[in-house]
Design a protein around this ligand. Structure first.
Ligand code: SF4
Length: 342
């Protein structure tokens, strides 16, 4: 199989050189351009990235300018791309490049992968595309192409499948490392399309493709999501004092939302009688209970289904922190899971 796989390398390189789309960041092999585009492309459509890329490069044409940009301006340039931590990490990495590398972009995978926000895929993409280092850059497109070429029915969503794909790719990367990596990704984006839609008649490696030969292209790759979210029922209580202050409490220092402030809550749905009893346990006398809303919050592995109640209380206890609307706005940060309840 290994020898068989080797035979896809040169056809892919030649096909890419003849057929690549002229995307804005492919005008040159400047690592700054490739890096910014790769980060923008994470979880964002290529059309949206093109628009943002031009404006970003116009405002911040060099790594030195990115390192010095004010956060507000950076986030404005990132507006619409989402996942703002990516933008913050870009700036952090730019600062490292200025401070530790004298403003010269690091050239090796080993150096790149240590920069903030740069994972194995991005480091592999920059090192191979810009500096021709023979390292893999395996994304979802590459996993799909490999699964089909090898008629491999392993779940491509598992980390071990990705790991073995990286090893397979590392073993066959030719001298033209950048064109090969971009070629296999480009094939996945434009020809070996997801679902049952690959354009096999236009594929430069059709002759080497086991899924094509065995009519398995519609079944592959196998994608089985293994993370089903655990559902938790919650009652969230907005205790309100007579002077209009709201009770919050600090969560435990371990676990979900560790150490952050929260609205008082329980891991079950409570009836009004149970809310009264719960209030008493906290040293509070519930005078009036109003149901506010049902809402939901998704964490990576957990889903909170929340019933939110406003509970007017006659007095305040010392266990909770009682704060005004201004305190909540200016002083205490409530995680979104709770701020959406208010
Ligand atoms: S022949 Fe079809 S399924 Fe196989 S790699 Fe090419 S496009 Fe993908």
């Amino acid at each position: 199989m290994q020898e068989n796989l080797q035979t896809i390398a040169q056809p892919l390189v030649r096909w890419y050189q003849d057929n690549k789309r002229m995307l804005p960041w492919r005008q040159d092999k400047d690592p700054y351009h490739v890096w910014v585009s790769e980060i923008m492309l994470q979880q964002t459509r290529i059309e949206a990235v093109c628009e943002h890329y031009y404006a970003f490069m116009q405002a911040l044409p060099a790594v030195s300018e990115l390192a010095a940009v004010e956060e507000e301006k950076l986030l404005k340039l990132w507006e619409g791309l989402g996942y703002y931590s990516r933008a913050r990490n870009l700036k952090k990495a730019a600062q490292v490049i200025m401070e530790e590398y004298g403003g010269i972009f690091p050239r090796t995978y080993a150096q790149l992968v240590k920069l903030p926000g740069i994972g194995q895929y991005t480091a592999g993409a920059i090192a191979s595309i810009c500096f021709n280092e023979r390292v893999p850059a395996v994304d979802g497109n590459v996993l799909r192409v490999l699964a089909r070429v090898r008629a491999d029915d392993k779940n491509v969503l598992l980390p071990e499948t990705k790991k073995s794909a990286e090893a397979l790719i590392a073993a066959i990367i030719p001298e033209e490392a950048g064109d090969f990596n971009e070629g296999i990704m480009e094939l996945g984006e434009t020809i070996c399309l997801p679902n049952a839609l690959p354009l096999c008649n236009k594929c430069p490696i059709q002759g080497q493709c086991k899924a094509y030969a065995e009519s398995l292209t519609a079944e592959l790759p196998v994608r089985i999501k293994t993370t089903t979210r655990k559902k938790v029922q919650k009652t969230v209580l907005i205790f309100e004092s007579e002077s209009g202050e709201i009770a919050i409490e600090k969560r435990e220092s371990k676990g979900l939302l560790a150490g952050l402030y929260a609205l008082p809550n329980t891991d079950s749905f409570l009836s009004e009688a149970q809310i009264k009893a719960f209030s008493r346990e906290q040293g509070l006398k519930a005078k009036d209970i109003t149901f506010c809303k049902d809402t939901k919050h998704l964490f990576t592995h957990i889903e909170w289904n929340m019933k939110v109640y406003r509970v007017k209380v006659a007095d305040k206890n010392t266990h909770y922190t009682w704060c005004t609307a201004e305190d909540l706005r200016d002083t205490y940060a409530l995680p979104t899971a709770f701020s959406k309840c208010l």
